[in-house]
Design a protein around this ligand. Structure first.
Ligand code: MRU
Length: 346
């Protein structure tokens, strides 16, 4: 089968073009904007999502802001650009890639004296962040395929493909490389309640690459493991603390617990832009809570009684002791993670 290509985001001459992920898979609708405020809104509302991709989108958002603000005086341009960085940083709290990318953009703003040069310099930096992520994804795939046995059933959670990154993905890149290597894998994708990134996005990506796959409800994972149909579990991460504790989409922790119980290796795949050495453990990772409606409604229809109490963390933290290895662009890191993460971080 011929693989069908798609791009989640691209800077074009008039602005930023991105796929609106909230309407996939029914519509592959592309949005084009020259206003960084729309990028803000897109990140906040998950039209653009996934840890590396929101960093890339925010960097491009700063480029749009520079095109808008750098025609005026130097002082005004810098102040408004830094304000735009702050606004972009306030969109989502958990994925550290967002803050990592904005830090790089702030460094460019601080290092260029002539403000008329800022739009081009910021564009170059944003494109580098994007291109580097694509290269990191490829390396993650190349390293990760080594842990995939031929003929394996592999379970994954949430969406970690091209829709979540600047390249082929994190955990998804491993699946793709193993598939392209002819390993005859079969992927089980958790639907990923409540926003269904697994059902809507991962299944869409798996189909477009022709990877044999089955959609399951989140609650099916443990039973599938007990039945012996899964040999490896692999997910991405939104932030990895210095000790290896890893935050990822809500439900990942439960998957890791089930994998440990069934003696199935559980891997995290992530670039070093996801590692936050400033946090000693996962307990310090800020966990985003989303609106109650994301749980009480499905496709715009209410599925819970009016007035129910809800608890809606978007992410959970998998403790390092449940993680068999962390697949990075620089190789697969084995526990204990602390020293190796510190040694390899940029
Ligand atoms: O809320 P989302 O859809 O942005 O959450 C995304 C995830 O949790 C992914 O698994 C994560 O970003 C890792 S991979 C690219």
């Amino acid at each position: 089968m011929k693989e069908q290509q798609y791009h989640s985001i691209a800077l074009v001459s008039d602005g930023l073009r991105f796929l609106d992920q909230t309407v996939l898979p029914a519509n592959a609708c592309t949005v084009e904007t020259d206003d960084y405020r729309e990028v803000l809104d897109a990140i906040r509302n998950l039209r653009v999502r996934g840890a590396p991709l929101i960093g890339i989108a925010a960097a491009y958002g700063v480029v749009l802001a520079a095109r808008e603000f750098c025609r005026g005086s130097s002082a005004e341009c810098r102040t408004r650009l830094l304000e735009a960085c702050d606004e972009l940083a306030a969109t989502r709290p958990t994925a550290v890639n967002l803050f990592w990318a904005l830090e790089r953009m702030r460094a460019v703003i601080g290092s260029i004296d002539n403000h008329t040069e800022l739009p081009a310099a910021l564009e170059a930096e944003a494109r580098t962040i994007h291109n580097d992520d694509a290269a990191r994804c490829e390396s993650i795939g190349l390293h990760g395929t080594n842990i995939i046995p031929a003929g394996a059933g592999i379970i994954t959670h949430c969406n970690t493909g091209a829709l979540a990154t600047g390249g082929d993905g994190t955990a998804f890149s491993v699946l793709l490389r193993a598939h392209r290597d002819g390993k005859r894998i079969h992927v089980y994708a958790d639907e990923t309640r409540p926003l269904l990134q697994g059902a809507r996005l991962t299944m869409w990506e798996l189909q477009r690459h022709g990877i044999p796959s089955t959609l399951i409800s989140d609650g099916t994972a443990a039973m599938l493991m007990r039945q012996g149909r899964v040999r490896v579990a692999i997910t991405g991460a939104d932030r990895i603390a210095a000790n290896g504790d890893s935050a990822n989409k809500i439900g990942t922790y439960g998957l890791a617990v089930a994998a440990r119980h069934h003696r199935i290796p559980f891997y995290i795949a992530a670039p070093f832009s996801t590692v936050d050495l400033s946090l000693s453990s996962g307990e310090e990772i800020p966990i985003e809570e989303r609106a109650a409606e994301e749980l009480t409604q499905l496709g715009g229809r209410r599925i819970a009684p009016e007035g129910v109490d809800t608890y809606t963390p978007a992410f959970d933290v998998t403790p390092a002791e449940l993680i068999t290895g962390i697949i990075t662009e620089r190789g697969i890191i084995a526990p204990p993670y602390g020293e190796t993460l510190r040694h390899n971080a940029t």
